[in-house]
Design a protein around this ligand. Structure first.
Ligand SMILES: NC(=O)c1ccc[n+]([C@@H]2O[C@H](COP(=O)([O-])OP(=O)(O)OC[C@H]3O[C@@H](n4cnc5c(N)ncnc54)[C@H](O)[C@@H]3O)[C@@H](O)[C@H]2O)c1
Length: 284
């Protein structure tokens, strides 16, 4: 399988990062989202990232325009018929994802691989709504995509060996280190990370320590580069809550219950960095 052209669906923080990395490795990339306004916002954030890399001396102007020339907006999802691989990076919601995969299944050529960047949702369940479960796979990038070297490659129950190998090789071509993971709630990364973040939120909720104190303990005491609450804001509190719900539903074990404070913040629209307010404030 020779993957040359891809579409990324979802122009948020993950989608934009994936587009940037894919274009930098020589792939042609289309970016789709719910409206041209959102697509443009994603493209603007990619431009900013590339310009920052030029300023820091990590990229030349020529290389920047080369990368940029491989990226195009796709206002219509139907443009997915032109690509070898679609990487879905839309909001962490099963209903939204299955509905998108059904549409992609109808639009794409039979050879096209459909990958999901889901943080926790079962790949097997997403694959089951399509007529091509052998060609559906998880490709879990880490945030920020241009910086983090890991990709968890998740085999659904029906994912073919050929598709697994193609996506594994592609991850290497993107300069990443792929790790094979089976399809279980939270995979490996979030099964371990999210309960730690959730527990950090419980310590604040129960008044054990302040937000700053919890983060300081983990940074200075455990050598974590970022405190868990700072990290939660960075990931997005809505994404953190969705992942905890998936772990709780998937294992039916109360140790995964989301902290009520996390739920309250998401209900209030405090989603972290992307909304300007989470455990910390990002206004101004
Ligand atoms: N944030 C992280 O740290 C992180 C890390 C790894 C994986 N992920 C996963 O990546 C995915 C995206 O997360 P994000 O942080 O980029 O979210 P985000 O909220 O920044 O972006 C999501 C984008 O999806 C778009 N979208 C929603 N429904 C759509 C649809 N039906 N069609 C097209 N576009 C649609 C939204 O308009 C938005 O631009 C989620 O599945 C998340 O779990 C997130």
């Amino acid at each position: 399988m020779n993957i040359q052209t891809i579409m990324v669906v979802g122009a948020g923080q993950m989608g934009s990062g994936i587009v940037q990395v894919a274009a930098a490795s020589g792939l042609k990339v289309l970016l789709h989202d719910i409206s041209i306004g959102v697509i443009d916002k994603g493209l603007t954030s990619i431009d900013k990232q590339l310009s920052r890399a030029v300023e820091k001396g990590g990229l030349t102007e020529v290389r920047k325009s080369e990368i940029r020339s491989r990226i195009g907006p796709a206002e219509q999802l139907e443009h997915a018929e032109q690509v070898d691989l679609v990487i879905e990076a839309i909001s962490e919601n099963m209903g939204l994802k299955t509905s998108l995969f059904q549409k992609l299944d109808a639009i794409c050529t039979p050879k096209t691989i459909l990958a999901s960047n889901t943080s926790s949702l079962p790949i097997t369940e997403i694959a089951a709504v399509t007529q091509r479960p052998a060609q559906v796979i998880g490709m879990h990038f880490m945030n920020p995509v241009p910086v983090m070297p890991l990709v968890e490659v998740i085999r659904g129950l029906e994912t073919s060996q050929e598709v697994f190998e193609a996506v594994y090789k592609l991850s290497e071509r993107l300069g990443k280190t792929p790790v094979e993971v089976k399809d279980f709630p939270g995979f490996v990364s979030n099964r371990i990370l999210m309960p730690m973040i959730n527990e950090a939120i419980f310590t604040v909720y129960e008044g054990v320590a302040s937000v700053e104190s919890v983060d300081t303990v983990m940074k200075l005491g455990m050598k974590h580069p970022m405190g868990p609450l700072e990290l939660a804001d960075f990931i997005g509190l809505d994404t953190c809550l969705s992942i905890m719900e998936v772990l709780y539903d998937g294992f039916k074990d109360s140790k995964y219950r989301p902290c009520p404070l996390l739920r309250k913040y998401v209900k209030a629209g405090r989603l972290g960095r992307k909304s300007g307010q989470g455990f910390y404030s990002y206004h101004g």
